[in-house]
Write a protein that binds this ligand. Structure first.
Ligand code: ARG
Length: 440
């Protein structure tokens, strides 16, 4: 938050993250980042954020990469960097470099996670880092006649051991290596380790820190949320995707299909990206989920509280007519609610007048925090569809303040006389609402 933030803003902001703090306590997050994060000197800020997550009771598995460091080591030893179909070939000499590079990166990360300087976010931190032979790997083997030697893939994750460490409050740090029952070491990609571990642990989140801001559409606009199907569509499209996206998006799909609730692809270049992604509704990057977080459904009596909460501010401003709880309870069957992430963020009610083949769309409301996400349109479309299935031909609204919104969506002003007879008799002449009608 900026230093100029008033205390009221600060308090409001802090309260707004309480639902996430509650939801995340005791949950398991796997967070993966490349060796670039360490070599770029950005890791200090990131450790502060990991420290905060750990302090909030989140069970953390960190997975680090070491690609730039390995490349440096290979170059120093005059060893070539050989790739076959995008996979690094690791012969015995290169494996020596891999071990050295990975070891160094790991030590640096452990050192930074051990910081506890007063006057820094790490004061009193006391993070315990756990490492070990949690990952069993197997050789990738021979692909099209080329033996990849010490390059491996994950065969098994020792979840009992990982859970033991986390039960003790330790943060697990996994390196991009795996061991085999024959005592060999394999060079494994960080994305394979992270994805396999998230799946094995049935983690609640898998997070990849990457070079781009997330996944973008053709026009370069950030796609904030992707379903599995949406992510597959991005991958099968014709356009050339940034390397990181081609690398991590398939992992997100794999994790999601295997039951990891959410995979987040966020920028490693934005300070605090992890916090912004995790502790705000909107996030900062791309989130891949099994199916969309938004549901539009018929309201039930349990929703009355949520609807009232949504309507109160609009009633106070005079945008909507005041409805009391009893009235809402009586008319709840007319309402639909839009939920985002299990929270009611929008509602509307439909009152049909079959004699006139018309319906009133009433109480259309969207949570102020969720403006500009097109939710109003989603609800309007749904209500239009609902009215159509009842054989109705016209939709009308009464409004004092939101005329433009409806005009932009094809409604035109009508006379009070045009209202269905029953509605006309109830018209509130003091409120002087305008009537807008649209054929459907
Ligand atoms: N903070 C929430 C979470 O961690 C929502 C994040 C939404 N992010 C997004 N890119 N749409 O689950």
């Amino acid at each position: 938050m900026p230093i100029t933030t008033t205390s009221a803003d600060f308090v409001a902001w802090f309260r707004s993250v309480a639902p996430y703090i509650n939801a995340f306590r005791g949950k398991t997050f796997v967070i993966a980042f490349g060796g670039e994060v360490v070599s770029d000197g950005k890791f200090v800020e990131l450790t502060h954020d990991f420290n905060l997550l750990a302090a909030l009771g989140i069970r953390l598995v960190l997975v680090h990469g070491a690609r730039p460091q390995i490349e440096q080591h290979l170059a120093k030893n005059n060893l070539g960097d050989t790739y076959h179909q995008g996979i690094r070939m690791t012969d015995a000499d290169s494996m020596q470099c891999v071990k050295e590079a990975v070891g160094r990166v790991r030590v640096e990360i452990e050192a930074l996670l051990s910081m506890g300087l007063a006057n820094s976010p790490m004061a009193n931190a006391d993070i315990r880092v756990a490492g070990g032979n949690f990952i069993t790997a197997q050789p990738i083997g021979i692909i099209n006649g080329v033996d990849l030697m010490h390059t491996g893939s994950v065969r098994k994750v020792d979840i009992a051991a990982l859970n033991d460490r986390m039960d003790f409050g330790e943060v697990v740090l996994l390196s991009p290596l795996g061991y085999s029952p024959t005592g060999e070491v394999f060079n494994v990609t960080l994305e394979d380790i992270a994805t396999a571990t998230a799946i094995a642990l049935d983690a609640d989140k898998l997070v990849f820190l990457m070079d781009t801001d997330g996944v973008q559409d053709k026009k370069g606009k950030l796609l904030k949320e992707l379903t599995i199907a949406g992510a597959q569509a991005v991958l099968s499209g014709k356009r050339k995707l940034p390397d990181d996206v081609s690398l991590y998006l398939p992992c997100a799909i794999r994790a999601c299909e295997a039951g990891v609730a959410r995979t987040h692809l966020i920028s490693r270049h934005t300070d605090g990206a992890v916090l912004q992604e995790l502790f705000s509704d909107d996030g900062i990057g791309t989130m891949v989920v099994e199916s969309t977080l938004n549901t539009l459904r018929a309201a039930t009596i349990e929703d009355v509280g949520g609807i009232l909460h949504l309507l109160r501010p609009l009633e106070a401003e005079g945008i909507l007519v005041r409805r009391n709880r009893e009235l809402l309870e009586r008319e709840i069957a007319r309402f639909v609610v839009l939920e985002h992430d299990h929270r009611i963020v929008g509602c509307a009610a439909l009152y049909p007048f079959p004699d006139e083949a018309a319906a009133e769309l009433a109480c259309l409301a969207v949570d102020a925090q969720c403006r500009d996400r097109g939710y109003g349109q989603v609800i309007l479309d749904h209500m239009t569809g609902l009215a159509k299935t009842q054989g109705l031909k016209k939709l009308f609204v009464l409004t004092t303040r939101t005329a433009h919104w409806f005009i932009e969506r094809g409604f035109s002003e009508a006379d009070v006389a045009a209202l269905p007879a029953q509605k006309k008799s109830l018209y509130n002449w003091q409120r002087k609402s305008k009537v807008f009608v649209r054929k459907i």
